[in-house]
Design a protein around this ligand. Structure first.
Ligand SMILES: Nc1ncnc2c1ncn2[C@@H]1O[C@H](COP(=O)(O)OP(=O)(O)OP(=O)(O)O)[C@@H](O)[C@H]1O
Ligand SMILES: [Mg+2]
Length: 464
């Protein structure tokens, strides 16, 4: 057998720019990366800064908002809880170990849930074995398009940094991967983009067999994520039936807005994201109040929502308004799927608003071309939908007596103290202090398998 070389673990190694999560260095970087919310200065403190210092302060906050902490969504909680149980059940099984498949549409947060599972597991293992620096409990790989068995085996090898002479055959690669995985005590294998395995082609079926072979040889729990795998034939035929008999499928779906409970859940998500903002003049609860508008703009996709809010926050720092309003959100671009969904479902806006939104996307927009530091005129209407305003307590602005846990979390968040920014900036609790009911959505702590309501403690840096 050709002997592979395994580079020594190096925490400080440069993260390769090409798909870094699928290498042990990239994965370690991800595990160690905690976005730290910047502290907001008082108006006086900000005024005392030199122009360069203010520029640096704004730049820090732009960077932070571009990379906001993750939210502990129901799908992350379900994947984490299920996998945790399976890891336990699989520990003494010598074959037919059980696994998890996360299946859903694009932008529903599958990769995020899979990687957050890996992060939570790795942090838990490190906590149990603080002195064992050689452990690599989690492997994260993606299935390349039109994967062959050797391509798949090379993905595993690449994660460990194993290199082979070009004449090495697949047996060499597989043996080296299995020996290395055993040596570093891998017990969770995350395989993303599983829909790239096409069981209907010969090489796809062989690649699937290769993955199954790894699952038999490695004493680990396997978790897969892919686009709508049920309809892609993953469970068809003899091979498919075996997968169907061993894997729990967890659907990753867009949020919906059909029932009061759905609306509360969406609003909680918006409120939690809002609570992570660090803007000087943002009024807490504004985004939670715009949750119906945000639902239409995004089609309930967490990826689109995240882009919209992060984009709005970056623009708000850039133009000096330091607050996110509906007018600002109108000019943040979202993906094509979300645009189409918005066209299908959003109520019509009054002509005045439409004109302003169209103007803001054009180069000569007087609002967008204001010099940095000057303000937007105050919003004339923040309610949504403006004319056909529903009286439902779950849409638009709500009375204080009907506050949801999410809005409550938002207003008890650091943003609630943004008008007195001397208050220390700590991440918000996931639980509404004035309510016995925990918020259904919290921040990802990354340090525990517990649900967000108990895991997201104040001051816990959020995972990324
Ligand atoms: N729990 C979360 N909290 C905050 N943002 C999230 C969360 N989940 C997903 N996102 C955001 O949504 C974006 C898309 O998520 P992700 O890549 O996990 O989706 P996906 O389902 O894997 O999409 P695809 O099928 O296209 O690979 C991420 O870049 C992230 O910014
Ligand atoms: Mg993905």
């Amino acid at each position: 057998m050709n002997k592979p070389s395994l580079p020594a673990p190096d925490m400080a190694a440069e993260v390769p720019p090409d798909n870094p999560l699928t290498t042990k260095e990239g994965w370690r970087h991800f595990i160690g990366h905690e976005p730290v919310p910047p502290r907001l200065l008082t108006a006086g403190g900000r005024a005392a800064l030199s122009p360069q210092e203010r520029m640096r302060e704004d730049e820090r906050r732009r960077e932070y908002h571009a990379d906001l902490p993750m939210v502990n969504t129901p799908v992350i909680r379900k994947v984490t809880a299920t996998s945790r149980l399976l890891i336990q059940l699989n520990r003494n099984q010598i074959s037919a170990r059980r696994g998890v498949i996360l299946s859903g549409g694009s932008g529903t947060g599958k990769t995020t849930a899979l990687t957050q599972l890996g992060r939570a597991h790795e942090l838990a293992v490190r906590k149990r074995h603080p002195r064992d620096a050689n452990r690599l409990p989690v492997v994260y790989v993606t299935v390349p398009p039109a994967a062959t068995p050797k391509m798949l085996a090379m993905e595993f090898a690449r994660f460990f940094g194993l290199t082979f002479p070009s004449r090495a055959d697949i047996t060499d690669v597989v043996d080296a991967v299995c020996a290395t995985a055993a040596h570093v005590r891998v017990d969770l294998v995350l395989v993303d983009e599983i829909h790239n395995l096409t069981l209907t082609t010969r090489s796809g079926a062989e690649a699937s067999d290769q993955l199954k072979y790894f699952a038999e040889r490695l004493p680990a729990t396997f978790a897969y994520a892919g686009m709508e795998v049920e309809s892609k034939g993953l469970f068809a035929g003899t091979r498919g039936r075996q997968i169907a008999g061993r894997f729990v499928v967890i659907p990753a779906t867009p949020f919906t807005h059909a029932t009061t409970e759905d609306q509360e859940s969406w609003r909680a998500l918006v409120g939690t994201l809002e609570s992570t903002l660090r803007l000087n003049h943002h009024t807490p609860g504004t985004l939670a109040g715009l949750s119906e508008y945000l639902f239409h703009r995004t089609g309930g996709m967490i990826g689109s929502l995240s882009q919209l809010i992060r984009g709005g926050a970056v623009l708000a720092v850039e133009d000096g308004t330091e607050r996110i309003t509906e007018e600002l959100l109108d000019i943040v671009p979202v993906d094509y799927a979300a645009e189409q969904s918005n066209k299908r479902t959003a109520p019509a806006k009054p002509a005045r608003k439409r004109r302003r939104a169209a103007c803001c996307t054009s180069a000569g927009c007087p609002i967008r071309s204001r010099p940095p530091g000057t303000r937007f005129p105050p919003p004339t209407s923040a309610a949504w939908p403006p004319s056909t305003a529903s009286t439902s307590t779950t849409s638009g602005h709500r009375s204080p007596s009907a506050r949801s846990p999410a809005a409550c979390a938002a207003s008890s968040s650091p943003n609630a103290s943004q008008h007195s920014p001397d208050a220390p900036s700590t991440p918000s609790p996931a639980r509404c202090p004035s309510s016995a009911a925990p918020s259904p959505i919290g921040r990802c702590s990354g340090t525990s398998h517990r649900p967000a309501a108990t895991a997201a403690t104040p001051g816990t840096p959020a995972a990324k």
